[in-house]
Design a protein around this ligand. Structure first.
Ligand code: UD1
Ligand code: CA
Length: 469
């Protein structure tokens, strides 16, 4: 089947009050215009022409060179927009899908239904329509007594009687390409908005003796995004659809109103997503994981059986059966292997942490390579920054690091070695050795009595909070 699509995206999207093109704003992690392009591809239409205006660069950056672009110099209406694609349509014999660029909720199923409807009938065009609770502002579908489509009337041009019609034009259509071209050539701008209305092609085709069909779809599928309120609403609806897809695939989601999952995210079955969680970008979660509450993962790969609680991670890999959080921060280019524990107030950046290693509290691991079964005492810091360069350290398998230790840049802690608590380690520690890097303790016998500094007996007097009262 010879099928192509024309997407109208030349508008400035003034109501968004944005520096950016309306259609590059993201919904569920994907630009609006990309939702449209993907729905077309999914419906089997890869030949796409985008009508673009002043902000075309941003649209080109999103969609790339696999689609065609036509610049619409003056915005003289939707009919004028589609006319710009005429050079692409001339000589073609199949069907042309026309979509607005600002409708991220359009589904492949709806497009396919319209294409099937036109190809199995003798319709010149098929309009995708919906029933709106409040049709104000939309073009209305005007039908005859037998229910045949007669024309579309724009809200501004409609009579009071016509305005009562709740069946609206979604601005999505499929046309027989030669008939679309013939009707476009006869549009005029004699209407309330002095624009060339694409909607007038319907009346023209019917005037020619053709028939026009309508596919009625869910109103949500037709919603356009014109301002930030509608952007939020679109986000909610699409998010809900994404969550439902995961739930149908065996993922447990506790609170659909407080869970945000981007379109590309994958989650294995029997994983549980707790409230307040955002899964962003191309995050992939394994099976039997527990993610959340209040966790944000952006482009993170998570292995099976891992739990991540109240934590933030981005652009990193976390293996299977790990325990992350609460309050961990895993930064880009980190690889955490399997059975690892990263606990409260632990930050890991650009490091590899091998199996069974534990950093349960208050630790920073940066630019470092950490072996298997390493124990980080509370308050360990890899001092990876000398003020000029960032170089971490190498910590080999089975190393035990006592609490509150600093491991300086470029140092290697050999396998099975120990680091005494409170050390600042500035030189390599050999395998099986003990590194102590702190001053030796001195005890002064009976110092308190000699200095008359006994506290226990009169602690109330010494307590500053009490004496201040
Ligand atoms: C259009 C339909 C209306 C329908 C509504 C659905 C017409 C005349 N009206 O109205 O029947 O109910 O959509 O949302 O078609 N565009 C261009 N170039 C232009 C003008 C518009 O590319 O010169 C693009 C816009 O960027 C937008 C789309 O076409 O993506 C629709 O244009 P818009 O002005 O929003 O049409 P509506 O008044 O909403
Ligand atoms: Ca619109």
């Amino acid at each position: 089947m010879d099928i192509c699509a024309v997407v109208m995206a030349a508008g400035n999207g003034t109501r968004m009050k944005s520096k950016h093109s309306k259609v590059v704003h993201q919904v569920a992690g994907k630009p609006i215009i990309q939702w449209v392009a993907d729905a077309l591809c999914e419906a089997g239409c890869n030949e796409q022409v985008y009508i673009v205006g002043d902000m075309q660069e941003e649209i080109r950056d999103v969609l790339g060179e696999s689609v065609a672009y036509v610049f619409q110099e003056k915005r003289l209406g939707t009919g004028h927009a589609v006319m710009q694609a005429a050079p692409f349509l001339e000589g073609r014999d199949g069907y042309t899908i026309v979509l607005p660029g600002d409708s991220p909720m359009v589904s492949a199923a709806t497009i396919t239904a319209a294409v099937e409807c036109i190809s199995e009938s003798d319709y010149a065009a098929v309009i995708i329509t919906a029933t709106a609770e409040d049709p104000t502002g939309y073009g209305r579908i005007i039908r005859d007594g037998e229910g045949n489509v007669l024309r579309i009337v724009e809200h501004k041009d409609a009579s009071d009687e016509e305005r009562k019609v709740r069946e609206i034009n979604s601005s999505m259509y499929v046309f027989k390409t030669p008939l679309l071209l013939s009707a476009l050539g006869r549009l005029s701008a004699g209407n309330a908005q002095h624009e060339y209305y694409l909607t007038d092609t319907i009346g023209i085709l019917i005037g020619d003796g053709h028939k026009v069909g309508a596919v009625v779809c869910d109103f949500d599928d037709t919603r356009g995004v014109n301002d930030r309120v509608q952007l939020m609403e679109a986000g909610r609806i699409i998010n809900r659809r994404i969550l439902e897809k995961h739930m149908m695939n065996g993922v447990q989601i506790i609170d659909a109103d407080n869970t945000w999952i981007h379109s590309a995210v994958e989650i294995g079955r029997d994983s549980i997503i707790l409230p307040g969680t955002s899964l962003m970008g191309n995050t992939v979660i394994g099976e039997d994981c527990i993610i959340g509450e209040n966790t944000r993962l952006n482009c993170v790969q998570v292995g099976d059986g891992t739990e991540i609680d109240h934590s933030i991670a981005s652009q990193c890999i976390i293996g299977a059966d790990c325990r992350i959080g609460p309050f961990s921060h895993i930064r880009p280019d980190t690889v955490i292997k399997d059975h690892v524990t990263i606990g409260a107030y632990v930050e890991v950046k650009n490091s590899t942490v091998d199996d069974y290693t534990r950093a349960r509290h208050l630790t920073y691991i940066g630019d470092s390579t950490v072996g298997k079964n390493v124990n980080f005492g509370c308050g360990t810091v890899t001092c990876n920054y000398d003020g000029q360069d960032k170089v971490g350290c190498v910590i080999e398998d089975n190393v035990f690091i006592g609490g509150n230790s600093n491991i300086l840049s470029s140092v290697t802690l050999g396998r099975d070695s120990y680091i005494a608590a409170g050390s600042t380690i500035t030189a390599d520690v050999p395998a099986l050795g003990l590194g102590i890097g702190r001053s030796k303790q001195v005890n002064k016998e009976d110092w308190v009595t000699k200095k008359n500094r006994l506290r226990g007996a009169n602690f109330i007097k010494l307590d500053s909070r009490r004496t201040e009262v």
